[in-house]
Design a protein around this ligand. Structure first.
Ligand code: C5P
Length: 244
């Protein structure tokens, strides 16, 4: 690890320079943060579990034609990804009320939403990732109208597919967050691809029978058995590593 150039260190991941131009190595840490960094902790083995879960999901999404930055897993904690220009917008999709939506609008957690709702947040730690509208995004040049159209189109497909995938293993996809990047080919043509990770760190997943929370809310809300919840998600998806 020490030999490689560190490009960026986030709360749960580190990006290193990759072996070939245009690639990066995405390293998954065990660190967990919540409430804009106010709560910090370590979940032993989380990095290994999220690496496996995210690899599995990115591969399934690629199979249905969703372009992603994922190339291949390298080892227990690392994956090779394409270098993209990250769009500084977090796209959140909600199927059931929970988290900040419940808090902000006073809608009881667990209330099914009349339709899936998409929200945008501006990625900025100092500002606490404020919610923004399409108008803000295009006016300030964080993404174009075309970028946003592409992002929303992909997000709707990801939500449909993942809702079914998780339901098939007894999990309800309550909400989740996606990040996108611009990928440029050798001719300079650009397309929007899914970036970052998809794991219990950025999805809410409830057991469809018992309603048990099997995601980062166990850490946020001090519910205990955080690692066990992530293990259970990996087990149900058929990707639980023997070592964790
Ligand atoms: O906190 P909130 O209810 O807005 O989160 C909605 C969804 O987006 C949750 O699944 C949460 O895990 C995810 N999220 C995230 N990163 C953030 C904010 C939210 O992964 N910075």
């Amino acid at each position: 690890m020490a030999r490689r150039r560190r490009i960026y260190e986030g709360k749960a991941k580190v990006m290193f320079e990759g072996p070939e131009p245009g690639t990066l190595v995405q390293y998954f840490k065990d660190d967990a943060t919540a409430f804009n960094n106010q709560k910090k902790g370590v979940i032993n083995g989380k990095g290994v579990l999220n690496n496996r879960i995210s690899e599995f999901i990115m591969l399934r999404l690629a199979e249905i034609g969703i372009p992603t930055h994922f190339i291949r897993a390298l080892n227990m904690r690392e994956q090779l990804v394409r270098e993209v220009e990250i769009i500084p917008i977090e796209v959140v999709v909600r199927n059931v009320a929970a988290g900040s939506l419940s808090k902000r609008l006073g809608i009881a957690e667990g209330t099914a939403l009349p339709r899936s709702i998409i929200e945008y947040y501006y990625k900025n730690d100092e500002l606490g990732d404020p919610m923004v509208s399409e108008e803000h995004i295009t006016a300030f040049g964080w993404a174009t109208t075309q970028d946003l159209d592409d992002m929303v189109g992909l997000t709707v497909r990801v939500n449909d597919y993942l809702s079914g995938l998780f339901l098939g293993v007894g999990l309800k996809l309550i909400d989740f967050k996606l990040e996108f990047g611009r990928l440029f080919d050798e001719n300079g043509d650009m397309r929007i691809v899914l970036a970052d990770e998809i794991s219990p760190d950025n999805c809410r997943l409830w057991d469809s029978k018992t309603g048990d929370k099997l995601d980062k809310d166990r850490f946020r809300q001090d519910l205990g058995n955080v690692r066990e919840a992530y293990q259970e998600v990996a087990r149900r998806l058929g990707v639980l590593p023997a070592e964790v």
